[in-house]
Design a protein around this ligand. Structure first.
Ligand code: FES
Length: 93
């Protein structure tokens, strides 16, 4: 089991048995992350900063890279709908 923690306006945490997207974990944790495009790597509204546990996240795909580049995101930022966690992660949003 691993825990995905969210630090922001509404902090929360989700204990997860399996690999899970950060967006799904936020929903499970009751954290209201925006996700205007429904998780299709189009809107960028689910942008989070990964404070800890980046090594436990899935690799970045082409669609996510494209959106992050358009947003001029920092290297520690990911799209919650595209980043899947296999271990402990702390996100700020
Ligand atoms: S929900 Fe739109 S990019 Fe993640």
């Amino acid at each position: 089991m691993h825990t995905i923690r969210f630090d922001g306006k509404t902090p929360g945490a989700a204990d997860c048995e399996q690999e899970i997207s950060l967006l799904a974990a936020s929903s499970k944790a009751g954290v209201p992350l925006n996700h205007r495009c429904g998780g299709h790597a189009r809107c960028g509204t689910c942008l989070v900063t990964v404070a800890e546990g980046a090594e436990h996240l899935s690799d970045m795909g082409i669609a996510e890279s494209r959106v992050l580049k358009a947003l001029r995101a920092q290297p520690d930022q990911r799209l919650a709908c595209q980043a899947w966690a296999r271990g402990e992660v702390l996100c700020r949003y």
